[in-house]
Write a protein that binds this ligand. Structure first.
Ligand SMILES: [Zn+2]
Length: 176
């Protein structure tokens, strides 16, 4: 059985006039008479009288997409969110990807700056470590270097040439 109002009155427990209901502190009353729109339903003491009229008005005012949040299932909510994001991406693809690119560019620069700062700060110890490492692995490093040189003669020559032209401030020559 449906109950109405905060005091959960059943229809048969309701007063038949507004004045009686109000005096008893009830939120609703029931006359048994149809409202202006033909509903035979309880009426409220305060606000919009006919409960059925109020319900219809609420539904009209609150279409599907404005249903209260708890009525929408979690899955539906996620699907909507996804659809929204996909549409948003499609609509704004160009400037969004531009923005992303800018962001990563900036980020990379920032990281490089950080690296540089870190290096400057620890220059001495880094150099010392490098030197220690070199001393310790001298033999194998020299051997490896020699082998690398032997295997990449052409490449090294090319690099040296590029470095030379860069130092001289000449425009880079086109590679063959
Ligand atoms: Zn009504």
């Amino acid at each position: 059985m449906k109950t109405y109002g905060p005091d959960h009155l059943k229809i048969e427990q309701m007063h038949s006039t507004k004045a009686d209901a109000d005096a008893a502190g009830h939120s609703h009353y029931f006359t048994g008479e149809p409202c202006r729109h033909g509903h035979i339903a309880p009426k409220r003491v305060k606000g919009w009288p006919c409960v059925e009229c109020a319900r219809l008005a609420y539904e009209k005012k609150a279409p599907r997409h404005r249903r209260p949040r708890e009525i929408i299932s979690e899955q539906e909510r996620l699907l909507r969110r996804k659809a929204y994001l996909v549409n948003y991406w499609k609509k704004n693809k160009e400037w969004l990807s531009e923005k992303h690119r800018e962001y990563y560019q900036k980020n990379r620069e920032r990281e490089a700056l950080k690296d540089k700062a870190r290096y400057e700060k620890n220059k001495e110890s880094i150099r010392k470590k490098k030197k220690e490492y070199y001393e310790k692995n001298r033999e194998s490093l020299i051997k490896r270097q020699r082998e690398y040189r032997k295997n990449n003669k052409e490449k090294i020559r090319e690099q040296k040439r590029a470095y030379y032209w860069k130092k001289k401030g000449q425009p880079g020559r086109t590679k063959k």
